[in-house]
Design a protein around this ligand. Structure first.
Ligand SMILES: [Zn+2]
Length: 135
C-alpha cells in the first residue's frame, strides 16, 4: 500500500526505521508515539500516548517495560559521544576548552532525542508493521 506523499521519504514507510525516526506507531505508522512532537517540551520529553489514535494499538506494556529502553539508549549515547569527540578533536581541531564546551552542550541537548529513540526502538522490537490496520 502506497500512501500519497510518503513513498519518496526515507526511511521508507512500512519499515521499522520509519516508525523509529518519525516517532510513529509501529503497527500503522500513522499515529503518534509521543504526546508532544517537540522532544524538548518540559514535562513531556518522553511522555507517550497510551494507545494509537489511528489503529488503537496499546502502547502501555507491563510495569518497567520502558526502563529496558536504557539498554538501547546506552550504546547510542556512547556511539554519539565518540562521533562528537572525533568530529571536535580530529576534524575541527578545537582547543580543549572549546571541545569541553561543545561536547558538554552536545551531551546536554541530546538525551531527550536519545531517550525517545530508545523507546521507539524497544516498542518496534515487539510490534510489527501491519499495512491492513487502517483499512
Ligand atoms: Zn497505530
Amino acid at each position: 500500500m502506497k500512501l500519497k506523499g510518503r513513498s519518496r521519504r526515507y526511511p521508507a514507510y512500512g519499515s521499522k526505521m520509519y516508525s523509529i525516526v518519525h516517532g510513529k506507531c509501529p503497527r500503522c505508522q500513522q499515529g503518534e508515539l509521543f504526546v508532544s512532537a517537540n522532544p524538548y517540551k518540559v514535562g513531556q520529553m518522553i511522555a507517550m500516548c497510551s494507545r494509537c489514535e489511528v489503529c488503537k494499538t496499546d502502547f502501555t506494556r507491563e510495569t518497567g517495560f520502558y526502563s529496558v529502553a536504557l539498554w538501547t539508549s546506552y550504546p547510542k549515547t556512547i556511539l554519539i559521544a565518540l562521533i562528537f569527540m572525533l568530529l571536535y578533536l580530529l576534524v575541527l581541531h578545537l582547543s580543549m576548552l572549546l571541545f569541553f564546551i561543545f561536547f558538554s552542550l552536545s551531551m546536554l541537548l541530546l538525551p531527550p532525542i536519545i531517550m525517545r529513540l530508545g523507546r521507539a526502538i524497544l516498542l518496534n522490537m515487539f510490534i510489527d508493521f501491519d499495512p491492513n490496520t487502517h483499512k
